[in-house]
Design a protein around this ligand. Structure first.
Ligand code: SAH
Length: 251
């Protein structure tokens, strides 16, 4: 059995109880060493075999799983944040399926949730934005043309950029070309929820310089949009005049 477990964004205790339990019982742990907090491996039981997938290919990961299966061992595949976001789990799942190996997926706290918490922010403010676009700049991994930053920018919604810290000159230009005002607020959250987390606030225009000045080249999220500003409307949900399923409004 293989359990894909979301490790959370960095802070050791931001793993789910279910993930923690599986991690502490696993015979074999394959963790994404480039981003998973190694201190979480202290949750492993004594004698667990531990592999860092940062140095491994998909084929090597599968070899470890196959060996574990032969010995009737339980494997935890520990992915950073939540494995549904840039986690490369689909390709692993498809191989496991073809090998008839059982698996399941345990969700995790994605770094985009960790970053919002660090900022005490709400992505979906009434009358500001009711949508969050999660995307990335095209790097070595291609992004379909129809998902260009420029086209998404036209919505002026909340935008969260993963994997884009090294590409902010182009990012900034594309965001402005697409429709955001150049003074739209931006927050860069470096290592959200880690002990060495850092937060930098700037605008779309000053983003590239902010990245340069602070030497941020990886492990950061770039959050864009007026949800970082000071204007919004209060929600209907908690408005005394608003009636809904659980509460009668007063007029
Ligand atoms: N599955 C992960 C994302 C993996 S892609 C998740 O749900 O968070 C790797 C990218 O995620 C990094 O380049 C960075 O953009 C972002 N990232 C991961 N952990 C982060 C953290 N603690 N703080 C800021 N960004 C993080």
């Amino acid at each position: 059995m293989v359990h894909f477990v979301g490790a959370g964004p960095g802070a050791v205790d931001l793993i789910t109880l279910r993930g923690y339990k599986l991690l502490s019982e696993a015979d074999v742990i394959i963790y994404a060493g480039s981003l998973v907090n190694k201190e979480q491996l202290n949750y492993a039981k004594k004698g667990a075999e531990i592999y860092n997938s940062a140095h491994m290919t998909l084929e090597e990961v599968i070899e470890v799983v196959k060996r574990a299966e032969k010995e009737n061992k339980v494997t935890v595949r520990l992915h950073t944040g939540d494995s549904s976001i840039y986690g490369a789990i689909r390709e692993q799942i498809d191989v496991l399926k073809s090998l008839n190996i059982q698996y399941d997926v345990v969700p995790g706290v994605s770094s985009f949730c960790g970053a919002a918490a660090s900022l005490n922010a709400e992505y979906t403010l009434p009358n500001v934005s009711q949508s969050v676009i999660i995307t990335r700049m095209e790097g070595r991994t291609p992004v379909p043309e129809r998902e260009s930053i420029r086209s998404f920018a036209a919505h002026k919604s909340t935008m969260v950029l993963f994997l884009s810290s090294g590409l902010t000159e182009k990012l900034s230009k594309e965001l402005i070309a697409g429709g955001y005002e150049k003074d739209t607020p931006v927050a860069v959250v470096y290592k959200a929820t880690w002990p060495d987390e850092k937060i930098y606030r700037c605008t779309i225009e000053s983003l590239p310089q902010t990245m340069k000045d602070n030497n941020i080249t990886k492990t950061a999220l770039i959050l864009v949009g007026n949800f970082l500003g000071n204007e919004y409307e209060r929600s209907d949900l908690y408005n005394p005049k608003f009636t809904h399923e659980f509460r009668e409004g007063i007029n």
